[in-house]
Design a protein around this ligand. Structure first.
Ligand SMILES: [Ca+2]
Ligand SMILES: [Ca+2]
Length: 232
């Protein structure tokens, strides 16, 4: 009787073989597992960045309430902002960091963040009938800074003692883990941290004089044009 060759014997035993089943099962779940891991890493890194930015904002805002950081000279504020950048950039050298300071007289005004009133172009057929202040439309300049303010606030350059500063830092950076390549979405992660603090009571708080009427610039439809047109 002729004995089957080793190869034929192995082939005959193949239908009942279970070795390697685990490897096959892993091949099925590996992509999903990798995706979950990348997602977890991405979420963890974003939370870490959020925490760092929030901490930097709190420290900077506290320094920004001192008298030395008020007034039209922005040099002290630039120094504070640089400290914030120095904390964030080592975590991502490509990060784009935007910092804004806006001030309100009261906390309730800051909470409302109400736009200054304006009269939109009335003609429904006009592209400037757009809910934006443009096309030379008149607005009530409640804070008398000569500009239409969509958030009802003013530049920190004009803030003084006891005024309330909203300090906002927005950080955008290329996503650390390429989650977007698998499930879509933006290749950029954006983290924002904001706080509001009242300036130190180193003097009396200023007041606004009676509101005046200003006119927005012409601009383009769909976009606020807050500054008056420059005079030639
Ligand atoms: Ca308009
Ligand atoms: Ca204004």
């Amino acid at each position: 009787m002729q004995r089957p060759s080793p190869i034929a014997a192995r082939l005959a035993a193949l239908p009942a073989a279970q070795e390697g089943a685990t490897l096959l099962e892993f091949a099925f779940i590996a992509p999903m597992l990798c995706l979950l891991l990348i997602g977890a890493f991405d979420a963890g890194h974003t939370l870490y960045m959020q925490s760092v930015v929030q901490g930097a904002v709190q420290n900077a805002a506290r320094s920004g309430t001192l008298e030395s950081a008020s007034g039209s000279d922005s040099t002290p504020r630039d120094s504070i902002d640089q400290v914030v950048k120095n904390q964030i950039l080592p975590l991502n050298k490509s990060a784009k960091i935007d910092i804004s300071r806006r001030f309100y007289r009261t906390f309730s005004d800051a909470a409302a963040a109400k736009a200054e009133e304006f009269t939109d172009t009335s003609d429904p057929a006009s592209p400037f009938h757009d809910g934006k202040c443009n096309n030379g439309e008149p607005f009530v300049d409640a804070n008398n800074n000569g500009r239409f303010d969509r958030d009802g606030a003013d530049s920190a350059n004009n803030a003084g003692a006891r005024d309330n500063i909203v300090y906002t830092v927005t950080v955008s950076y290329p996503r650390m883990f390429p989650l977007n390549r698998f499930i879509g979405g933006s290749p950029t992660t954006t983290v924002t941290a904001s706080t509001i603090l009242a300036n130190q009571p180193y003097g009396d708080q200023g007041t606004y004089s009676a509101p005046t009427t200003g006119h927005c610039g012409i601009g383009t439809p769909g976009v606020d044009e807050p500054a008056p047109e420059a005079t030639p």
